[in-house]
Design a binder for this molecule. Sequence first.
Ligand code: A2P
Length: 334
Amino acid sequence: MKKYNVAVVGATGMVGRTFLKVLEEKKLPVENYYLLASSRSAGKTIEFMGKDYVIEELTEEFFKTHKVDIALFSAGGSTSEKFAPIVAETGCIVIDNSSAWRMDPKVPLVVPEVNPDDIKWNKGIIANPNCSTIQAMVALRPLQEKYGIKRIVYSTYQAVSGAGMGGYSDLENGIKGEAPKKFNHPIFNNCLPQIDVFLPNGYTKEEMKMVNETKKILGDDTLKITATTVRVPVFNSHSESINVELKTPFELDELKDVLAKAPGLIVEDDIDNCIYPMAINATGKNETFVGRIRRDESIDNGVNLWVVADNIRKGAATNAVQIAEKVIEMWENN
Ligand code: A2P
């Protein structure tokens, strides 16, 4: 098998460091890894694959002088906006974790268990969806395929790690009584019904990401979707209540069976023994977990789900590395 050159851009960040962990676990056919970040980190070393890697500065020059096949980007929206097209121009496939390119019609938005074929029409940039959208897609795609989906109501309980190192520190320091730096209000002992900035329609950007990205990934612009996204004082892993109105009637046992057979999804639903997905159990795992599966008795064909996943792994790093695996698979089969 051919070996490829892979760069990790933003290797010192919260998601970047998890990229490295997932890459160590997955063992892709890679000849050379390059770890990049800003000038602030250039020259520092990171231990990876059992050796010390020197961090290099992300510059246009770097990609012109190094042959890189795949670049995993998680260095913020403005960095992706500027560098992704420049890097793609060199023939490298950029898998971008920021929101910069997600809604661009020329850029596929991919969850490998859900819409892997969209990778085929990439023009150099493939976008990794928003963390809260990814885990919802893993649970909803099998229901869409079997019953069709009319309407979705998302209510999220999102961990501070989704806001990067700064979000994590705000909870750690808030426990000690210190004022927040990243969030507008204390996160310790609190719930913040604001993730990202507010938009003119009164929704937050995070909420509209869930609405718009769901439609793009599930390939259905007619879906009716609403979302309320909330930051909660949990270090890691997002939890979501998802209310779904299906197009056709269903038997609950059969629906549970459909979910149990879905790729990347694990059903944890044994209420007699108080078993359901929880953030503390999902952390460190690559799968998405679903439980509390029950009929919405207020409407025809309605179902409620509780969906939990590690937002830094499946919600970001794992999903991006899975996309890289699919890209390599595609190259190998051509
Ligand atoms: P650095 O550590 O050098 O600042 P997080 O979201 O956890 O804060 O991580 C952000 C990541 O993006 C870090 O690796 C950070 O590198 C990187 N980054 C931020 N700005 C740039 C930039 N202009 N060029 C390259 N990497 C950047």
